[in-house]
Design a protein around this ligand. Structure first.
Ligand code: ADP
Length: 447
């Protein structure tokens, strides 16, 4: 087991990882920018190292500073959290060259899945169902037209190097296709320095369902069930549930088994998430994330297993603490992502939190790094906390969520809490009857 882990992240996830390390009796080092000197995870860590000024590229993305911080403090492993360097293959390689363990998969696996065209090709080879579309990159308009005609309109053009919902364009007719192809390519080139794009059938009313997987480092793979993340705004997840209200036990184990087998065949090590669109009873792979996800706590709630403990165990060579047959799903869990944003316009609302009171009681978990008097710096994303609620079934979970949202107090800034108070009272949400477009339509109506 590791002696000392350096946490290369900030905010709620830094604190989340720090808690797991403390439970396992591992010393912790955190790195932080000058803007985060007062952050909770900095206060709670055994050691902290300031690695630069506020902009992420000069601090949280500065690989040399982070490696230097490992060397100075004697950390033997790095947990990257999510975002920042968590899916950076070069970072993983550089750490390996310094004999420091990256708590995540190998650089090669990160590279394969980071390139969406390569990822889709790999998924197909491993027997994972994919969205019909082009076999690889498409550059010529005539090829695009031929493929679109084969799979049928509407189609979506996606950047191979894409992420965070950027670099996607939908074409409803052949007339739209030319412009969509050109815009997608130039946007992808500008945003990612790689203008490779590919074409997929655009699914009209899918749900976003993702399977949590783990490779144990010894060639075995397991799945921890799925999460439904269909409630999205601008392709960003807002509310996540486990299990999905749309799947039955047979569908769950069918897709779970396909994913676990693929992970084993790939020789993958650590946590991963295989993302699908789900429509009319069929799953279509869209991408795999090679890291811990923001929404991992809903899976922890229904399985009772600490996924960060498992990541640390696997990275240290100790394998998983559970076998597939030990992983059971109990009840239902929902996570709300609370952002420091105006609940109507979604413009960021940084500033000082004058009062912060979190709900409590059975089945309630709040993962947050903020506190009363905390000043939210304007440089990073606006997530200030996650409310995760667990109940014996979805009805109980929703009752508890409504009560917890009423109890939550964040004064001094605007937050998205009012949005969740509206959603929890909505009939479609109560029935679990929504697809990936539901939230955008609901917000457009201004209800
Ligand atoms: P990113 O890595 O940028 O998040 P994804 O491939 O995961 O990109 O897609 C993000 C979101 O875009 C999905 O959750 C879904 O809402 C939408 N999307 C992606 N591919 C399709 C498709 N083929 N049809 C319909 N919607 C899609």
């Amino acid at each position: 087991m590791f002696q000392k882990i350096l946490i290369a992240n900030r905010g709620e996830i830094a604190l989340r990882v720090l808690r797991a390390c403390k439970e396992l009796g591992i010393q912790t080092v955190v790195v932080h920018s000058t803007a985060d000197a007062d952050a909770m995870h900095v206060r709670l860590a055994d050691e902290s190292v300031c690695i630069g000024p506020p902009p992420s590229r000069d601090s949280y993305l500065n690989i040399h500073q982070i490696v230097a911080a490992c060397e100075i403090t004697g950390a033997d492993a790095v947990h990257p959290g999510y975002g920042f360097l968590s899916e950076n293959a070069k970072f993983s390689d550089i750490l390996a060259a310094h004999n420091i363990t990256f708590i995540g998969p190998t650089g090669d696996h990160i590279r394969i899945m980071g390139d969406k065209i390569e990822a889709k090709r790999t998924a197909k080879r491993l027997g994972i169902p994919v969205v019909p579309g082009s076999d690889g990159a498409v550059t010529e308009e005539k090829d695009a037209k031929r493929i679109a005609a084969e799979i049928g309109y509407p189609v979506i053009i996606k950047a191979s190097a894409g992420g965070g919902g950027r670099g996607m364009k939908v074409a409803h007719t052949e007339a739209d296709l030319e412009v969509a192809l050109q815009t997608a390519r130039s946007e992808a080139g500008a945003a990612f320095g790689d203008d490779a794009v590919y074409i997929e059938k655009y699914l009209q009313k899918p749900r976003h369902i993702e399977v949590q997987v783990f490779g144990d480092g010894f060639g075995r793979g397991v799945h921890f069930g799925e999460r439904d993340c269909s409630l999205q705004r601008r392709h960003q997840k807002v509310w996540e549930e486990a299990n999905s209200p749309a799947l039955n036990a047979e569908e769950r184990s069918r897709i779970g088994d396909i994913c676990a087998k693929a992970i084993a065949d790939l020789g993958y090590s650590g946590a991963g998430t295989i993302e699908f669109l789900y429509e009319n009873g069929e799953f279509y792979f869209i991408e795999m994330n090679t890291r811990l996800q923001v929404e991992h706590p809903v899976t922890e709630a229904i399985t009772g297993i600490d996924l960060v403990h498992e990541q640390i165990r696997v990275a240290s060579g100790g394998g998983l603490s559970v076998k597939q047959e030990d992983i059971r799903f109990q009840g239902h869990a929902i996570e709300c992502r609370i952002n420091a944003e105006d609940p109507r316009t979604f413009t960021p609302s940084p500033g000082t939190i004058t009062h912060f009171h979190t709900p409590g009681g059975l089945g309630i978990r709040v993962d947050s790094g903020v506190y009363s008097g905390y000043k939210i710096p304007p440089y990073y994303d606006s997530l200030i906390g996650k409310l995760i609620v667990h109940g014996r079934n979805r009805v109980e979970c929703m009752m508890r969520l409504r009560r917890a949202l009423d109890e939550f107090v964040v004064d001094g800034i605007k937050t998205t809490l009012p949005l969740f108070r509206d959603l929890v009272g909505n009939a479609d949400i109560a029935n679990g009857d929504y697809d990936i477009h539901w939230l955008e339509k609901y917000l457009a109506k201004g209800e």
